[in-house]
Write a protein that binds this ligand. Structure first.
Ligand SMILES: [Fe+2]
Length: 229
């Protein structure tokens, strides 16, 4: 039997559920696709934990704050937000560029890494494009390394493609992303000190060399195939 009291309780529960749904953040931290220590000895577990749980989480939280529950913007993926920065309200544009960039860049970064035993090599159409336009994996790694070491301060080195499959190596400052310039990142090297300082201190070249042991080439090859299909 439904009493007045149980009815009131049910209503209160319904209201609580509705409030919880309304408070659901638009953007959430993706889970790491492997354990914190999976990239050892190249990238240490403590760096991975702080990088993912603290730094990436902060970008997500700050992006949610910047969007402030705007229902129109909250419907867009973070990539869509970054692709249309110029059309966003001026008051939040910089925050979306920095915090949204941080969220998108790290979300891709985790996926492009894998334990060394599974790193593999470029495959299929991606391997062909790489050989044709950049001269193969070794030349690519050299070009990305040069871009990574050339970033003054914090930023990223990238391998990018356009829809036609034209590959390019580029660098961005801070959390800027090639998405905002109409290009698609395939692989990004995070050269913020938070990505390597605990293990490598100021030795950025050692960190970049180590990262090459744990690149998920299957993922990068498949991403290229999807983006240029
Ligand atoms: Fe980072």
């Amino acid at each position: 039997m439904i009493t007045r009291r149980s009815l009131l309780e049910m209503t209160a529960l319904g209201a609580a559920a509705a409030m919880a749904a309304a408070a659901e953040p638009a953007y959430t931290l993706p889970k790491l696709p492997y354990a914190y220590d999976a990239l050892e000895p190249y990238i240490d577990a403590q760096t991975m934990q702080i990088h993912h749980d603290k730094h990436h989480q902060a970008y997500v939280d700050n992006l949610n704050k910047a969007i402030g529950g705007d229902p129109t913007l909250a419907k867009l993926s973070v990539e869509e937000l970054l692709q249309r920065l110029d059309s966003l309200p001026a008051a939040i544009r910089t925050q979306v560029k920095n915090q949204g960039g941080g969220h998108a860049n790290h979300s891709l970064f985790w996926q492009t890494l894998t334990p060394a035993s599974k790193s593999g090599k470029p495959e299929g159409r991606f391997a062909e494009a790489l050989a044709r336009t950049l001269g193969g994996q070794e030349k690519l790694e050299e070009a990305v390394r040069t871009a990574a070491l050339g970033v003054f301060g914090s930023g990223w080195a990238w391998l990018t493609t356009d829809r036609s499959g034209k590959l390019a190596v580029e660098a961005t400052a801070n959390q800027d992303t090639p998405l905002s310039a109409g290009r698609q990142p395939l692989l990004g090297i995070d050269v913020w000190e938070h990505a390597y300082y605990l293990k490598y201190q100021n030795r950025r070249p050692e960190y970049v060399a180590a990262l090459y042991h744990v690149i998920n080439w299957d993922f990068v090859s498949e991403r290229f195939a999807k983006l240029t299909a």
